[in-house]
Design a protein around this ligand. Structure first.
Ligand code: HAM
Length: 427
């Protein structure tokens, strides 16, 4: 058995190797195009934030805050946390930089790593990447539908099919307290049947029980009262309009009356997008989000309606790989530079630079001295022409152009080589 090297990447965190980069680049490109089309501006925030931002923003009773944060204490005694998500940091930046003074809505997008201390498993890592879209300062239900449409379009453009949107409304400060009371009394009378986490949730925030994945809790949840039956008039109308807009753009959705999402800042609309895998394997939601009209105020700002969503890059890549998605490979170079002797080697760097300036791809194997080894490499790449700079040519400021198909060789002036090659490539 091969011995593992002593140092491995930390549990649940992975390297993004060169062969993986094409997936990231594809998702980034598609997201960037869609962001530009819908008028979103890119933002980046620090990897670390004050721990209190997440305690306040995401909510103390959530699993993310209660169990999944990587928190450290600085030498100065401050508590900082590796961001488990991007909405609270972006809302913090919106406030910090006075973006509420800009014409509203302010639309921001993001592509970056997040950290959650989770039990690593399929589609669940401790460092993972998110792509995130947020809209601040707009209360129209049209925005909720547009955010869902954006994530749906991104996934479709990456060529994922069989997408399912789950949607629900979890009300607002008008109607949710009453619903929470109903839930509390429903679960209190059945407390013995709940898992130990849900017993705690019952005291802290009964809505969190609806998010529990334990089998014994799931069967109770399916009989619990539903928020949709208890929405106030405003939330009811808002949700109806969101669904009408989704119908208008013909997005397929399922009402999921028990979808609450794992973060406390949501109000009204919440959604998640899944891919129905042909193999039946499930790695959780590809993306999710919703409206969070109370977050900016909670963080110290004015009343600011907002809505957004995020998708998990590794989970999207998981589906892309499962489907065996192909990428257009970039064209290999058609030219190879072979050199022989110290003077030729020295002149090689300048020649490569001349080709780069002219945007002609050229390959080399400067570390090799034997002409045979260099030609064999050129053959492997399958180039059309090899440029041979031997000792004699280097002294005379000339170079040989060898046509690999015919074996014909011509000597040209070194200063003209780029032009000569360009001429031949155009033939
Ligand atoms: P979230 O549902 O916690 O929402 O995460 C969004 C997506 O990130 C998930 O649907 C999933 O694809 C991915 N994800 C989450 N945890 C992991 C993990 N441990 N490993 C791999 N992928 C993961 C949010 O974070 C909200 N901030 C979304 C939002 C934006 N709401 C409003 N604006």
């Amino acid at each position: 058995m091969v011995k593992k090297p002593k140092f491995q990447s930390p549990t649940g965190m992975h390297d993004i190797l060169p062969e993986e980069q094409k997936y990231f680049q594809r998702i980034y490109k598609v997201s960037e195009n869609i962001a530009n089309f819908y008028g979103f501006k890119k933002i980046d925030t620090p990897i670390l934030e004050e721990t209190e931002l997440f305690l306040k923003g995401i909510g103390i009773a959530t699993d993310i805050v209660g169990k999944q944060m990587f928190t450290l204490r600085t030498k100065g005694g401050d508590y900082l946390t590796l961001r488990p998500e991007l909405t609270a940091p972006v809302a913090r930046a919106y406030l910090q930089h006075g973006m509420f003074n800009l014409p509203q809505p302010v639309k921001l997008w993001y592509f970056g790593p997040c950290f959650r201390y989770e039990k690593p498993q399929l589609g669940r890592f401790r460092q993972f990447w998110q792509l995130d879209f947020e809209i601040f300062g707009e209360k129209s239900p049209l925005i909720d539908a547009q955010i869902i449409q954006i994530f749906y379009n991104i996934l479709r453009e990456i060529r994922l099919k069989n997408l399912i949107i789950k949607i629900n409304s979890i009300g607002d400060s008008q109607c949710r307290p009453y619903y929470k009371k109903l839930l509390t009394s429903f679960f209190r009378s059945r407390e013995a049947a709940l898992c130990s986490d849900c017993k705690r949730r019952l005291r802290e925030n009964p809505l969190r029980i609806l998010d529990c994945k334990e089998e014994k809790c799931r069967s109770l949840i399916s009989r619990a009262p539903q928020m949709l039956d208890h929405l106030c008039e405003e939330c009811h109308n808002h949700f109806r309009e969101v669904l009408e807009f989704l119908d208008e753009i013909e997005l397929p959705y399922h009402l999921d009356p028990y979808l609450v999402r794992g973060l406390d800042y949501y109000t009204k609309t919440v959604f998640e997008i899944y891919e129905e895998s042909e193999t039946g394997r499930t790695q959780g939601a590809l993306g999710g989000g919703g409206r969070y009209d109370g977050l900016v105020k909670l963080l110290g700002g004015k009343e600011t309606p907002a809505c957004g969503g995020a998708a998990g890059i590794e989970r999207i890549i998981g589906v892309m790989k499962e489907k065996g998605m192909k990428f257009l490979e970039s064209a290999p170079p058609k030219i190879f530079l072979a050199q022989l002797g110290p003077l030729a080697k020295r002149k090689s760097l300048k020649i490569l630079e001349d080709f780069r300036k002219q945007r002609i791809l050229i390959s080399e194997s400067l570390g090799r001295d034997s002409l045979k080894a260099q030609l064999s490499r050129a053959n492997k790449i399958g180039v059309k022409y090899v440029l041979i700079l031997g000792q004699k040519e280097a002294l005379e400021d000339t170079i040989i152009i060898r046509d690999m198909a015919t074996g014909r060789q011509e000597i040209v002036k070194l200063e003209k080589v780029v032009k000569e090659v360009e001429k031949r490539l155009k033939k």
